[in-house]
Design a protein around this ligand. Sequence first.
Ligand code: ATP
Ligand code: MG
Length: 429
Amino acid sequence: MSKTIQALRGMNDLSPNESPLWQWVEGQLRETFATYGYSEIRSPIIESTDLFKRGVGEATDIVEKEMFTFSRDEEKESFTLRPEGTAGCVRAAIEHGWIYNQEQRLWYIGPMFRYERPQKGRYRQFHQAGVEIFGIPNAEADAELILLTARLWEKLGIRQHVKLQLNSIGGLDVRTQYREALVAFLQNHLDVLKQDPDSERRLTTNPLRILDTKNQALQALLNHAPKLHDFLDEESKAHFARLCTILDDMGVEYEINQKLVRGLDYYNKTVFEWVTDALGSQGTVCGGGRYDGLVAQLGGHASEGVGFAIGLERLVLLVQEINPHIRLPRTVDIYILHSGEGTTSPAFRLAELIRQAFPHLRTMLHTSGGNFKKQFKRADKSGAKLALVLGENEVAEGTVVIKDLFGESEQITVQQCELIAELQQRFSQ
Ligand code: ATP
Ligand code: MG
């Protein structure tokens, strides 16, 4: 026998047992985006490496060490599997003029790739659903995104298990000034900084990310560091105050976390995360913020942006954790059994008739022969609510037997012409 080949590390197969939950979660996402009037976009999974270098930022974890980058010998161009969705979305929006002098509300869903150490809730191929609003500088847009996510958590039954963390990181000037103050402070405490090599390195590359450290001694020290909000400009302060007022009025609770800066370079003003403590250290389910400079930075006609991305693996894990017995739609509603001379074509016809009459029902036709006992076993295993049975007698008489597989009602025989009305009634409850 030849050696079997396995999936790459950190890349998952979704099994037929798991896909109903994923489909349900994705369905709630699509429905929620639609109720706010957002349009879907789809963009390529591979982009030019420069897009992420320029769009995400050279000094970010993603660009420094997490990208899947390759090139073909015959071409000089460098390609990268997209590590996140915003850069590609902005690239497409500029390229096709979707955001030229107009507002846009867009969403996407799909796989992303990052070369990280795989662990629960952290993979090398994972999925994000994201939303971007373009052309609206007001805090109202930020508030709308937060309300949209809150509604989504509500629908998924996890509202009580996620908390909103909010911050404002101002504009570039603010961050430049703050960076200097933070670096000066940390340079006086190099002994503590040295305990966390990642942070030590960031002192020169991306000092604000040090605020994110998990090192406890450093965290304690940072409580005494200069505060970002003391550096905020008037416009950023007013924007943040407006956002907080709307959230207060709408009854959305939040915690202001001055250490929240987010990993990507492109953010300004608002940044936020929805976090949970139900998933260990991979606690951020959704992260987002405002990126007013990104469109111009990628060569477009300046347009404000604000968006977020949800990590679907973590979201699905959380939904499962909170509600392990969630009732998902059946994968099969009706299972059609048939046995005997001349029953095959009538069974196919019946199945097609039902599929045409009830596009939302899932009808499976038994196709592997065998006696009724074996067929009923399959029907039970399928999880179907009803079995429809066709034997030679039924075919001869133009009837069909309906059996409730959960035993809620007696088995009955009806004329085939009455079947549609009967099914209508049985599935309307
Ligand atoms: P983290 O701090 O967990 O590394 P991040 O800041 O890198 O997250 P973003 O780039 O903001 O994450 O992506 C948004 C969301 O995508 C995260 O909150 C998380 O839910 C999810 N996510 C990020 N990286 C991974 C991964 N490697 N595997 C699974 N989900 C991920
Ligand atoms: Mg990361």
